[in-house]
Ligand binder design. Structure first.
Ligand SMILES: Cc1cc2nc3c(=O)[nH]c(=O)nc-3n(C[C@H](O)[C@H](O)[C@H](O)COP(=O)(O)OP(=O)(O)OC[C@H]3O[C@@H](n4cnc5c(N)ncnc54)[C@H](O)[C@@H]3O)c2cc1C
Length: 363
């Protein structure tokens, strides 16, 4: 019977693999062996990052114990990182040097936040991603007299509000938070609302200017501004892990692994990828967001099994619009949905309800 056994290696404990694990049933196929390789014992839920930074949630509330889920679901758990994979040999090579043979390899290793285009940034910044690094690094940002956040998207704006709020409530009213955004704040429709809120709260921002260099004390922008910092975070977009490109499989222009609608590499149908690390050929401009990563879980779970059993595969079709509830600090939030922008406490309570409900499914 042993030679019939097929091995599915899940690399990375991100949002999509968490959903795959949830869908495994106790009475599942005994001919399939599942292995999870995760850089951390825990999965951290990005929807609650900002609330954690603000001090609204505890660490236990924002994370899921992957090792425990694996024990419950009879999945082998290996705390290690995927270093590379050899698609010809069908082996995954881990940082410890261990090699795992696989029949199917699924990648959900997320992204990181250390771009090499900004000189000096990699050595100086507080890196928020990979996600398991997040909790340890929040404290430094909370306590920084001058905190600079590079980026003008939802993650950057939300984290600016959260750190500002924490400082207000913890006797650090004279600290400063500065946001450097190369274009508008979030998008054209949200820009004016965010600008008003930033002005009202005293969050400093630069728009239409890009950080180009980080020296020992200053973040230097394209227009020549020098912004003093004690801590600097880059939240200006997801960056691809180098191992994807090194695999030799097709990647997009940013280095994310190309996959077709079945979440398989077009060059090797035994390799699957989902979440931030994947670039959907059918939707190349899909935002890197946890919302999509979670939804891919159902299709990935089905297709990993179906591909081994030669059953029909499912296509992942992203929803046209995603609801974004962006926390603005002090238990208020801004709702973004299509062309709608609405602000209030109700939006925060809605977000809190959704996020807590999401976590309850896994904890
Ligand atoms: C500050 C911030 C706030 C955000 N807020 C939101 C939000 O409110 N809503 C939303 O939808 N999106 C949000 N996002 C985006 C969201 O974080 C990502 O889109 C989402 O995490 C992607 O999920 P994933 O499954 O691809 O990867 P992740 O959930 O990031 O998981 C990848 C996992 O793989 C691990 N890993 C990395 N490399 C390896 C390796 N080589 N081997 C093994 N494991 C590895 C990582 O440690 C991590 O645990 C936010 C992002 C940031 C930075």
């Amino acid at each position: 019977m042993e030679e019939m056994m097929k091995t599915i290696v899940l690399a990375g404990g991100g949002h999509t693999h968490l959903e795959v694990l949830r869908r495994l049933t106790a009475e599942r196929d005994t001919e399939l062996k599942w292995v999870l390789v995760s850089a951390s014992r825990y999965h951290y839920y990005s929807g609650m990052f900002s609330g954690f930074a603000e001090g609204l949630y505890t660490l236990e509330e924002i994370r899921v114990d992957l090792k425990k889920i694996c024990e419950d679901k009879k999945v082998d758990f290996i705390e290690d990182t995927l270093q590379s994979f050899d698609s010809a040999e069908q082996t995954a090579i881990l940082s410890s040097g261990r090699c795992l043979a696989y029949d199917r390899l699924s990648l959900d290793i997320g992204s990181h936040t250390a771009p090499d285009q900004i000189e000096g940034l990699a050595e100086k910044q507080v890196q928020i991603k990979p996600a398991h690094l997040f909790p340890d690094r929040i404290e430094a940002c909370r306590k920084a007299k001058e905190l600079v956040i590079i980026g003008g998207g939802a993650a950057a704006v939300e984290m600016a509000f959260s750190f500002h709020q924490w400082k207000q409530q913890n006797g650090r009213k004279y600290d400063r938070v500065t946001v450097i955004a190369s274009s508008e704040l979030i998008d054209q429709k949200s820009d004016a609302v965010i600008e008003t809120l930033f002005n009202h709260k005293g969050i400093r921002f630069l728009k239409g200017d890009a950080a180009v260099k980080v020296s020992d004390r200053y973040v230097i922008t394209e227009s020549g501004e020098e912004i003093l910092y004690q801590e600097v975070i880059f939240l200006g977009g997801a960056q691809a892990h180098a191992l994807l490109k090194k695999s030799g499989l097709p990647v997009d222009d940013k280095g994310f692994l190309k996959v077709n609608a079945t979440l398989q590499s077009p060059d090797d149908s035994r390799i699957f990828a989902a979440g931030d690390c994947a670039s959907l050929i059918t939707h190349p401009h899909l935002p890197k967001s946890g919302v999509y990563a979670v939804r891919e879980g159902e299709v990935l779970h089905h297709n990993l099994i179906a591909s081994l059993k030669r059953e029909s595969m499912k296509d992942y079709i992203p929803q046209r619009r995603a609801l974004i509830l962006l926390s603005t600090g002090g238990k208020q939030a801004l709702m973004l949905y299509g062309k709608w922008r609405q602000f209030g406490s109700w939006a925060w309570w809605w977000k809190d309800y959704i996020d807590r409900g999401y976590m309850k499914k896994y904890q």
